[in-house]
Design a protein around this ligand. Structure first.
Ligand code: PXG
Length: 465
């Protein structure tokens, strides 16, 4: 008899969940009162819940189910690997075929000389690896003081103590003693919210130059690395102005700063190339990967490291690793996922079919009275809700109130669309067809209409001063 069944009534499942399950990023007492949606199964681009609803997943789970749900090939790969070798470590002069094969495949797909993979169980773990790796790299090169890592406000790099420190989420820093020492945060290139009267390109340049200012303030001999997502995901799909990344690259090159591209969301086709670094045209020394690496079917992440950094790190014992680094089942599933992405040309589908279809649908929402800018790269998109488009005004009420209302209307219309404060975000499975995307657009518009009506009815459309 399997230990998990889906046959309890929804209310009973909700009560058990409330009694025993602590949810991430959630006020659990409040959640216990309102109840959760119980997801029971999924197929293709649709989720099913315990009340019989069929829900279009506009978020690919949590930015990760790139190939969609229900691919038996991955289930078979997991079952095969569990029978052959369910677990072994890679610590003490041992290795195994799935980790070898996956590392080779990632090296083949990754641009430039990013030829080496240090495996982790998640994006957070991989970014913790990166903190230790870049600091140890400089120590081995005789520069132990080169330990400061520069990141950005409103970046997301994970939730462990290290990766949460790298991230620039103020509400996370407010709990549990973050950030750890020697992490700095410069401003993000979010023109819509913070650009004021500057034009986009000048703003992008100015924000990039904050990196140079920080380096000059602290001294080049103190700065180890700069970390950033090619396109911020959890921060609200913030697409930087075109001037931003070339300037960042120039500054990293000029001052000998390692560049870490956090590809946890952007990687594996999301932006229309294999990696977001290719889309924005940068050359990192290290890439963080997770999520789309296995399309979320298994927890796995890693750091993809260039030849020179790997060589320096390899010259000493690196006192770091996780029980599940290169887990054989997770590796086998990730390999099968990469085979599907490659053989079915999912990246080409994003570039030529799904991406353009989403662009048309998404930018088409910009005529809505509640919608300010719409932004999109590949299959990640966002729109800003605003009470007044022309002035790019924020709402007078608390940030996130309108976004939350819109998300609730979206859920009510069986579309998973997220909000980040007052930005609405989608990041659908990459395999969506144009028909799926048309349906997504219809449901998103209905959610916007209903949200707008509610805001109007309650006199909540006032702009902030
Ligand atoms: N880097 C980036 C860019 C991420 O988006 C992580 C690292 C951490 O990965 P793990 O596997 O440790 O979660 C992420 C994760 C959200 C949300 O609300 C986004 C993430 C995780 C949880 C919630 O958008 N991204």
């Amino acid at each position: 008899m399997p230990a998990i069944t889906n046959h309890l009534p929804t209310a009973e499942l909700q009560a058990l969940d409330a009694a025993h399950h602590m949810h991430p990023f959630t006020a659990n007492t409040e959640l216990a009162e309102t109840g959760t949606k119980v997801i029971t199964r999924a197929d293709g681009v649709y989720l099913h819940d315990s009340d019989g609803n069929k829900i279009l997943d506009g978020m690919a789970g949590l930015w990760c189910v790139n190939i969609g749900y229900g691919r038996n090939e991955l289930a078979d790969a997991a079952a095969r690997q569990m029978r052959e070798l369910p677990y072994y470590n890679t610590f003490f002069k041992t290795t195994h075929v799935p980790a070898i094969a996956l590392a080779k495949k990632i090296a083949e797909l990754a641009p430039g000389d990013l030829n080496h993979v240090f495996f982790a169980g998640s994006g957070s773990e991989a970014n913790d690896t990166n903190i230790r790796m870049v600091r140890h790299y400089w120590a081995l090169k005789g520069k132990p003081n080169k330990s400061i890592i520069i990141s950005r406000k409103n970046a997301y790099h994970g939730s462990s103590v290290g990766s949460g420190s790298l991230g620039g989420m103020a509400p996370m820093h407010a709990q549990g003693g973050l950030p750890i020492p020697d992490i700095l945060h410069i401003n993000q290139p979010n023109w819509w919210a913070e650009g004021g009267g500057m034009d986009r390109d000048a703003f992008g340049l100015a924000r990039a130059q904050e990196l140079e200012e920080a380096i000059l303030e602290h001294g080049e001999d103190r700065i180890a690395a700069f970390i950033a997502e090619p396109i911020q995901g959890a921060g609200g799909v913030i697409v930087p102005p075109d001037t931003y990344w070339p300037e960042i690259q120039r500054i990293c090159d000029k001052y000998e700063i390692l560049l870490i591209a956090d590809e946890v969301i952007c990687g594996f086709g999301r932006t229309g190339n294999w990696f977001g670094t290719q889309t924005v045209g940068i050359k990192p020394h290290i890439m963080t990967i997770a999520k789309g690496l296995s399309s979320g079917y298994q927890p796995i992440g890693g750091s993809v490291v260039c030849d020179e950094v790997a060589e320096v790190i390899g010259s000493d014992e690196f006192n770091h690793g996780y029980t599940y680094s290169g887990h054989p089942v997770a590796s086998a599933v990730a390999l099968e996922n990469l085979r599907i992405l490659e053989e079915e040309d999912v990246v080409g589908h994003v570039q030529n079919v799904a991406g353009p279809a989403l662009a048309e649908t998404w930018h088409g929402l910009s005529d809505h009275p509640l919608v300010g800018e719409t932004t999109l790269v590949g299959m990640m998109a966002s729109l800003a809700l605003t009470p007044h488009k022309e002035s790019r005004a924020k709402f007078a009420m608390d940030a996130g109130t309108a976004g939350f209302m819109c998300r609730e209307r979206s859920f009510a219309n069986n579309l998973i669309m997220r909000h980040v404060y007052d930005r609405m975000v989608v990041s659908p499975p990459l395999v969506m067809t144009p028909e799926d995307i048309t349906e997504l657009g219809k449901r998103a518009r209905t959610a916007l209409d209903e949200c707008y009506a509610q805001l109007k009815e309650h006199d909540m459309l006032k702009p902030a001063d």
